[in-house]
Design a protein. Sequence first.
Length: 188
Amino acid sequence: MYQGPQQRVASERYTGVAKALHWLLAVLIFGQIAFGWYLQSVPRKTPARTIYVNFHKSTGLMLGLLVLVRLGWRLTHKAPPLPASVPAWERRAARASHIALYACMVVMPTAGYLASNFSKFGVNLFNAVLLPPWGVDDRRLYALFNTIHVVTSYVLVGLITVHVLAALRHLYLRDGIFIRMWPQRSAP
């Protein structure tokens, strides 16, 4: 019996854990970036900004830890192989973009955390537990790490856009690659 690419690749799906981590992080990172950009419109030196910034820092720390879990899972669980029909240039592009996505997902929260530690504020974890800064209050180091944090957010959004467009292309082509990461419906 003939198996089209959709059926053949369906058996080569990512694990349930990989899919859960992918979609959970996709939603949380989108929310965190949107919230971070929203923070730019909140006036400085206001009580609301302090609360929002600390919430952003707290969720960023949790997201950073979740990214490390995802990276650990990915490094210890091989991705399903791409079909032989995928051209070499596309394989290289997919690999490079995934490496860049992971790099941004590690660099962005790390730079944000470092920036917080070179200011007098540190991190007030969920506005309940103060994690005092372990660095000196240095505006230049703060500015450096904060700039890395912000620039990485823009690079990450660009990479996510390319990733989503590539996924939609595979959905349109119906080549079976899109469904490898799509949550599987349970049997009735």
